[in-house]
Design a protein. Structure first.
Length: 255
């Protein structure tokens, strides 16, 4: 209030008016999301499972891949397509123009998809550089505690890629086996290691160049100067502190 801030409209903001009397119920709104979760679980565990029959052509790797490498993508894509079709069918009468609504959804998804893809691709390029071996060796030499080294490596790579999943996949792909062997040698439960890495990837991933941050600021029409201090505190500082606590508890054997 003292800074003159509030929840009023931006001077250049135009709010599109719409009739909220015809909105779907909470149950109808949640059903497509629940369907996606269930289908993804079922498809990845049965239809596209590693021991599923009828996919020998993928097991033979004719396209330099394997079923195990793509089953998560296939199951998720099919679940999302089914969820979209279900959402359209359930709300058909509520649409004034189905084609226009679908087009708006497609165009709206392009910015976050391209932001995330470009950042993750950039991180994978970094991983192939010779300098990455120097960075990797430096991180591994900081401590003999695999919880500390795995958290640092994951956080640094998540920061470089601007992606939690990208940083975690690169860190585990390049150093995962080393972390695992070190944890076993130190008597640390691998499940604790997995949880520390999962927490760590959500720390420095949300630096200013993060795709989600850029998308959020673009949608809200705000700048980094106006908003990043709050975003950084919630999405960077607090997760890093939580990760430190998890490392301490894991090292002590409390968890």
């Amino acid at each position: 209030m003292t800074a003159g801030e509030g929840y009023g409209l931006h001077p250049n903001e135009v709010v599109k008016q719409f009739d909220d009397a015809n909105l779907p119920s909470l149950t109808v709104a949640l059903m497509p999301i629940i369907l996606v979760l269930i289908l993804n679980f079922v498809l990845s565990g049965t239809v596209f499972s590693a021991d599923a029959t009828g996919f020998d052509y993928l097991k033979a790797k004719p396209f330099s891949t394997s079923l195990g490498a793509v089953r998560g993508i296939w199951s998720l894509v099919m679940a999302l397509v089914a969820g979209i079709i279900f959402a359209v069918a359930m709300n058909w009468k509520r649409y004034t123009n189905v084609k226009e609504s679908i087009n708006a959804g497609v165009f709206g998804s392009m910015l976050p998809i391209l932001n995330t893809a470009s950042e993750t691709g950039y991180g994978n390029v970094v991983k192939t550089l010779s300098a990455f071996a120097i960075v990797q060796a430096a991180m591994m030499g900081l401590s003999d505690n695999p919880l500390i080294t795995s958290a640092l490596a994951t956080n640094v790579l998540a920061g470089i890629t601007g992606s939690a999943s990208g940083g975690m996949s690169i860190a585990l792909g390049a150093m995962g086996e080393t972390f695992y062997q070190q944890a076993i040698a130190k008597g640390i439960n691998p499940e604790v290691l997995q949880r520390v890495v999962s927490i760590a990837c959500g720390g420095l991933d949300t630096l200013p160049h993060n795709g989600a941050v850029i998308t959020l600021l673009g949608i809200t029409q705000l700048t980094h100067k106006q908003s990043y201090a709050d975003i950084g505190m919630v999405c960077c500082v607090i997760p890093v502190l939580v990760c430190v606590v998890a490392i301490i508890l894991g090292t002590m054997g409390v968890v």
